[in-house]
Write a protein that binds this ligand. Structure first.
Ligand code: RP5
Length: 169
């Protein structure tokens, strides 16, 4: 049984820079996670075995980051009923469009949620996972509200700063 509610799986260690955005948010919210490098293509048996045992291990949501023909989220989702959130990782020559289509175009019956491609995707995948966990966790929900207020304050401060600068021309 896992003691962490979130699993973060990436297709390659080269995805780590994007995935770091998810780690940062999960840490900020105090949500424990397990992270693995497992490939849908290079380690298909290990990826399938991980997904098949994920529910039993106690995970509640799985984040999958992959680039190119990004089948990782789909393969993981094929072996579990847990919610799977996919991060499209940009790579040459299609800059993440290939990964986005691979993740978002799942056949009916086996959904994968797709978030923003690239670094912002790491952040948003973690926030989405936290929103799922917050459905049954009032403390986490309060932290989500606080996070939004913090963001709002930052934008309003930036706006006030801009107005002051423009008014003092
Ligand atoms: C995908 O292929 C990985 O998720 C990665 O984004 C991409 C390239 O992998 P590497 O060649 O950098 O290991 O499976």
């Amino acid at each position: 049984m896992s003691t962490t509610p979130v699993a973060v799986v990436m297709g390659s260690k080269s995805d780590l820079e994007i995935v770091q955005g998810a780690f940062d948010i999960l840490d900020k919210f105090g949500v424990k996670f397990t992270a693995r490098v497992l490939s849908a293509h290079r380690t298909p048996a290990e990826a399938a075995a991980f997904a098949a045992s994920a529910e039993e291990q106690g995970f509640k949501v799985i984040i999958c980051a992959a680039g190119m023909a990004a089948h990782l989220g789909g393969v993981i989702a094929a072996h579990t009923v847990l919610p799977v959130v996919g991060i499209p990782v940009p790579s040459a020559p299609f800059n993440g469009m290939d990964a986005l289509f691979s993740i978002v175009q799942m056949p009916p019956g086996v959904p994968v949620a797709a978030v923003t491609a690239g670094k912002a995707g790491g952040k948003n995948a973690a926030l989405y996972a936290i929103a799922i966990l917050a459905l049954n966790d009032p403390g986490l929900r309060a932290k989500l509200h606080a996070f939004r207020q913090e963001q709002q304050a930052q934008v309003l401060a930036a706006d006030a700063e801009l107005q002051e600068k423009l008014n003092n021309r």
